[in-house]
Design a binder for this molecule. Structure first.
Ligand code: PMV
Ligand code: MG
Length: 359
């Protein structure tokens, strides 16, 4: 067994947030050119180790007990890594692969070096990087759909509130249209079936499709600080959606219409359609936030949008909001600098991020 290295990109939500938490709803998400890198090599002893730069002071030792990796001392920071290892190995054991001790090292460009969370999908990227590096290390087949499903199962074990659209974008890369699957079905199916059967099963309603976006389409990312916990925000919306049943269904319809329009706009590179779609999705999110009492667009994110609009662009929050990032489509090169400069004056940091696509 040899040393293997793999990397997984970060992600950015473009449209369809919150709605995509409902099975059958679609979001547009991209992967970005910042990465989590995972290195794995066989260990010289019976013990293995996990090192995550910036998260562990030194390698954390682990021992395998009944075919399952157990940390010698539990480390909360490593919960995504551990769950990804346990899930992937459970699958490999079913395939008849003999497990060995290994040392794994993780390095992330997705977290600010000052420990600030940038909301670029570090937990998803760490999960995908670990699943991939283990499949490669043990010489198993590395198909995108398999990596996606194992990564999802690893996070489901942790009870994460997510549509798993982040995992789809990180695994498939590029501009992705993601329709979320029936999570209850998968969870119940897994409870009664092997890991292999679960990943081989059809997950109702799932769709992951790479889009053909015109090259000239450009967007800027502005970071407003005060990162939000997507898990908590999604939980708050889910708790309150029943009280606003009719409005919530209207939100889902509006989100769906925005995604259809945005898909056409992006694939045609048509500014007016992109603008209409972004405005419509933003409006739907604002209303839904007001109806459920969840602040998605903070005052600084509103400022971010206003500045982009002033320069002819279209902008909205990206992801769960409540701080974090906003995205702005700009339709002329000459507008890029003024938007970035004005953002800066208001304390909004431009993140120089581009869409990343592997081949
Ligand atoms: O805040 P982010 O970038 O993790 O995105 C969350 C997107 C939501 O639709 C609000 C939740 C989800 O899991 O789809
Ligand atoms: Mg976020």
């Amino acid at each position: 067994m040899k040393t293997v290295q793999t990397k997984a990109p970060g992600k950015l939500y473009i449209a369809g947030e919150y709605a995509v938490v409902e099975p059958g709803q679609t979001a547009i998400i991209t992967s970005i050119n910042r990465f989590v890198t995972a290195n794995i090599s066989p260990s010289a002893t019976d013990q293995g180790s996990i090192e995550s730069i910036g998260f562990t002071e030194k390698p954390v030792k682990w021992t395998r007990v009944n075919d399952e990796v157990k940390l010698d001392n539990s480390v909360e920071n490593l919960k995504y890594v551990l769950s990804a290892i346990q899930t992937t190995e459970a699958y490999l054991v079913e395939k008849g692969i003999s497990l060995v001790p290994f040392d794994v090292k993780i390095d992330s460009e997705l977290d600010d070096k000052n420990g600030e969370k940038l909301g670029l999908g570090s937990s998803g990227a760490v999960t995908v990087a670990i699943v991939k590096v283990l499949l490669e290390f043990y010489g198993a087949d590395v198909r995108d759909l398999l990596v996606f499903k194992l990564s999802v199962l690893a996070q489901m074990n942790l009870g994460v509130n997510s549509s798993f659209g982040d995992i789809a974008a990180i695994t498939y890369t590029g501009w992705i249209q993601y329709t979320s699957f029936d999570r209850d079905f998968v969870q119940q199916y897994r409870a009664n079936h092997s890991m292999t059967d679960t990943v081989d099963a059809y997950w109702p309603r799932i769709m992951i499709k790479r889009m053909k976006v015109k090259r000239k389409v450009n967007f800027l990312v502005g970071w407003t600080g005060s990162p939000a916990s997507s898990h908590d925000l999604v939980g708050a919306v889910q708790d309150k959606k029943a009280q606003t049943d009719e409005q919530y269904n209207h939100f889902l319809e509006e989100s769906k219409a925005s995604i259809t329009l945005l898909t056409i706009g992006l694939e045609e590179g048509h500014p007016a359609k992109i603008k209409d779609a972004v405005d419509r999705n933003r409006k739907a999110l604002l209303e839904m936030g007001a109806n459920t009492d969840v602040v998605i667009e903070t005052p600084l994110l509103t400022e971010l949008c206003n500045i982009a609009r002033k320069h002819g662009g279209a902008a909205k929050t990206s992801g769960a909001g409540g701080g974090d990032s906003g995205i702005a489509f700009v339709f002329a090169k000459k507008h890029i600098k003024p938007v970035i400069d004005e953002w800066k004056k208001h304390g909004i940091t431009h993140l120089p991020i581009q869409v990343y696509k592997n081949n």
